[in-house]
Design a binder for this molecule. Sequence first.
Ligand code: GRF
Length: 230
Amino acid sequence: MSSSDSFETPLRLAILLSGSGSNLQALIDAIESKELPGVEIALVVSNNANAYSLQRALKHTLPTIYLPWRQRTTGTQLIASKKGEMSESETRLSALLRLFRVDLIVLAGWMRILSAPFLEQFPRRVINLHPALMPGDGTGGTYTTKDGTTIPIFRGLHAVKQALDAGVKVTGSSVHYVTPEVDAGPVICREEVAVQPGDTEESLHERIKAVEHRLVVEAVRVLYQTLTSH
Ligand code: GRF
């Protein structure tokens, strides 16, 4: 990994994922259609051996790795983090990212928490896609939509279902820097998505994903510009 404020072109991405990988596909398509000049995918990592995203990556002959992940329990995580230690899985991941000379890590449906000691190695080089709206600095408990309505911030798992259960009229997606607090780092870009009458978690998530496919490309473009302007 380059230092925190520079890289040598091309910008080498690692995409970390656990699921279907439609956002990985959006990045592949953008790179192949030359919408993201100066950017390449250096590595795809999945903690799920059966993830469809692995097939997408292999179809495009991207370096692709299945990395089994053992999550620490929260208590152990706190103790280890205080001691400044990464978990065994994080140590392996960190070594891979360095081996593949990765400049920017994109969590695109990555369902594992990364600890403070891991994140400290890659300052402002880890970004995440979260299927809900977050305020600019990523912190706090509420978000004000464009029409002036205040809604809760839906963090963690099942954010789309949380939005439906709360009965909000607008939700969306945010791409943000990753900090040790889950779904709470500064926002790079985001977009609102209206909840339709009769929406199910699946139908709403599909519309959110359609937006995310643009947002993830935009976020990488913004980061590329930010890093090259230093
Ligand atoms: C996205 O909705 C993202 O916001 C969330 O996980 C989903 C991943 O979708 N973190 P896909 O695997 O890229 O289709």
